[in-house]
Ligand binder design. Sequence first.
Ligand SMILES: NCc1[nH]cc(CCC(=O)O)c1CC(=O)O
Length: 329
Amino acid sequence: MNATPSAATSGGAPALRLGTRRSALAMAQSGLVADLVREVTGRPVELVEITTFGDTSREHLAQIGGAGVFVSALREALLRGEIDLAVHSLKDLPTAEPEGLALAAVPRREDPRDALIARDGLTFAQLPPGSRIGTGSPRRAAQLNAWARSFGLDIDTVPIRGNVDTRIGYVRSGRLDAVVLAAAGLIRLGRIGEATELLDVDHVLPAPGQGALAVECAASNVALAARLAEIDDPSTRVAVTAERSLLAALEAGCSAPVGALADLLGDGQAVTEMRLRGVVGTLDGTTLVQLSTTGPVPASPSQAADLGRVLAAEMLAKGAAGLMGERAL
Ligand SMILES: NCc1[nH]cc(CCC(=O)O)c1CC(=O)O
């Protein structure tokens, strides 16, 4: 008989404490993971709100190095034993592995693409000349500017910050013609219907890890890490490992203008190869280094990381390093 502690004591087992920020997106992401964790552990999961300096001060902090602030508050709570697990947007996690913590699971990824929310239902190609498009992301600005230039459209990318509601509000109030956000966030908030276009990754590569969640626990909590491993999606794990390895090897930070996407290619029957695409550019989009490499499906995250390093080396050989100086808009 199965006599694991969680099975033997389910019903009476203490709740697992899942630390979360209180933003609508963080709560939605945490709720999703809480459901998965309940299923595999049989234990109740309670959400514990972690309030950070970034949450209590102006919303602008949500993006100015804000991700780092939020990530570290949750991590400190984990290390102090105040919570048992934490959920992050993987794209907000620094590539360095933190001491004492385990990236216990990366659940199945949501749509990795960026989404356009434009006034009057417009797509990107339908925007009139001079349109003002809001994004706080140098990666998005670089690629949107390059794409617009490719068909002779003159646009203005405008740096904006704030949570999803605030950013969509810039379009609803008429202050901007469009904003670009991660489709995954909109989907998880039930707001993807407001997107007027899902941006083709041939034009806009997402941030490394975009659309994926990271579930962390204390490395010392071996039993919990083993259960959380059951909600890990191996295909997502290899893809995001390749993307993040590319980012790390470019020595770019989370706010650098770097896009990356790994996808698994199949012949209709079986998955045969993994393709990794990467881009680095100047904010104005006049220069982009965009490369792709394809190889056998990695048998392990460490093989996936190799693919990322290979592509990074090729991008650096094509001058990628010189394009990464511009961090802020
Ligand atoms: N930069 C903030 C952030 N971090 C994760 C997401 C969305 C969810 C995801 O990408 O998994 C967002 C919002 C956005 O980029 O629109």
